[in-house]
Design a binder for this molecule. Structure first.
Ligand SMILES: NC(=O)c1ccc[n+]([C@@H]2O[C@H](COP(=O)([O-])OP(=O)(O)OC[C@H]3O[C@@H](n4cnc5c(N)ncnc54)[C@H](OP(=O)(O)O)[C@@H]3O)[C@@H](O)[C@H]2O)c1
Length: 379
């Protein structure tokens, strides 16, 4: 009798998102889950502090149980087995992606499946233009748009606070592959080892996996992007909880969203023209994005989701500025600024997002300066 096949999945970035995914893979699949740490020191720290176990508290389950699962193997660049990687999950912060991937590039080839599970936009462009520049040696790329909410508490425990699932799709390497046929999804579901693992029924149900075409995932990704482009920088700049600005955020959200949509419409034209070109064709899924991705609807949705449903939340960018950590602004509002330049649009067309990017960076710099030099307002 042959042993059942075991999929190996490496996780680059064992923070909040890496842990929530790894724990459910350990709970519901027989995959070999191997985290990749940045250094031998971080690996040793993890092994000492956690006894080689991954733990997460499931706050949304009755009794908020702490689930702990042992890891069979953990690696870092110094200990890495130097064999090709089959499946790689990237759950670093967006701005950490390039450095984190660097030691493992020799082991990523055209058979590797690489999935990005990150907020924001722009890492795909980074991979195309700066990392996998040889079209013959590019991995199969996927994106996970994750809506689960996880934070690390003062004791170092990760808390899975909000359960909301993850949309998964194959990413196109070129713009002319932006619209996918349903057959791409079916083929990956049947033959791609990463998609097969992520869509195993027990895991998919527990983690809320929705596997779709790129264009379906992209419309959800742009929706989430617009929420992040408003809530994250504005609450970080103002240093407030989301709900505090509910009655006064309409004007600034309108300016941000309107400008983002004007530029996204140019960059993702096939998506915005999908209705005319693909609806009604049985080879493609039916989609209605034009009623969703409008300024009016998005201002109302961002205010509802950001400031109403999550009124007591402190956004991740505000948290990062309070704890003096780098922020992902370059992959949110900064992405819009980069897109405008790449598309050779008039620089004035992205002035709102440029200013928002500058103010969020200034907020972080101010907090860092106050931490070093004291708060002059108290003198
Ligand atoms: N947390 C959430 O609720 C949430 C929800 C939706 C989306 N997201 C998005 O998901 C992404 C990940 O966020 P997160 O909250 O999971 O971040 P995080 O907790 O900061 O985790 C990032 C992890 O990446 C590791 N890392 C950084 N550089 C590395 C390197 N060179 N080699 C190996 N590991 C490295 C970090 O390790 P060190 O400790 O060694 O730096 C850390 O463990 C972000 O884009 C975020 O916006 C987060």
């Amino acid at each position: 009798m042959t042993a059942p096949h075991r999929t190996t999945i490496h996780i680059l970035g064992l923070g909040a998102m890496g842990t929530v995914l790894a724990v459910d893979l350990l709970r519901f699949t027989n995959a070999l889950v191997v985290p990749l740490f940045r250094s031998q020191e971080r690996l040793a720290q993890f092994q000492k502090a956690n006894g080689n176990k991954l733990s997460i508290r499931k706050l949304y389950l009755e009794g908020s149980p702490l689930l702990s699962y042992p890891l069979e193997k953990s690696e870092c660049p110094e200990t890495f087995a130097r064999k090709p990687i089959d499946n790689l999950v990237v759950t670093t912060k967006t701005y950490q992606t390039k450095d984190a991937l660097a030691p493992y590039l020799p082991y990523i080839n055209e058979s590797t499946n690489l999935i990005l599970i990150q907020n924001g936009l722009g890492v795909l462009e980074l991979l195309k233009e700066e990392i996998f520049t040889d079209p013959k040696n590019r991995p199969h790329l996927f994106q996970g748009v994750i809506s689960h909410g996880v934070y690390q508490d003062k004791g170092g425990i990760f808390n899975h606070a909000g359960w909301a699932g993850m949309k998964v799709a194959r990413l196109p390497w070129t713009d002319d592959e932006m619209i996918q046929k349903i057959s791409v999804v079916k083929d990956d579901a049947a033959n791609n080892s990463l998609v097969r693992l992520l869509t195993e029924p027990k895991f998919a149900k527990e983690f809320g996996i929705e596997h779709s075409t790129y264009q379906e995932m992209l419309s959800g990704q742009l929706f989430k992007f617009l929420v992040n482009a408003c809530i994250n920088p504005v609450t970080a700049i103002l240093d407030c909880l989301n709900g505090e600005i509910k009655d006064s955020c309409g004007s600034v959200f309108t300016s941000i969203i309107d400008e983002c949509l004007q530029i996204l419409r140019v960059a993702y034209r096939p998506l915005f023209e999908y209705h005319e070109n693909f609806n009604g064709n049985k080879e493609y899924p039916e989609m209605d994005i034009n009623g969703v991705l409008t300024t009016e609807n998005m201002v109302s949705e961002v205010t509802r989701i950001g400031c109403d449903v999550n009124a007591k939340n402190s956004s991740s960018m505000r948290q990062d500025t309070l704890f003096l950590r780098d922020i992902e602004i370059g992959y949110i509002n900064g992405y819009i600024v980069k897109l405008a330049s790449k598309l050779k649009l008039d620089p004035s067309c992205c002035k709102v997002n440029k200013t928002i990017e500058e103010l969020a960076s200034l907020r972080l710099a101010l907090n860092r300066s106050r931490n070093t030099n004291g708060d002059w307002r108290n003198d």
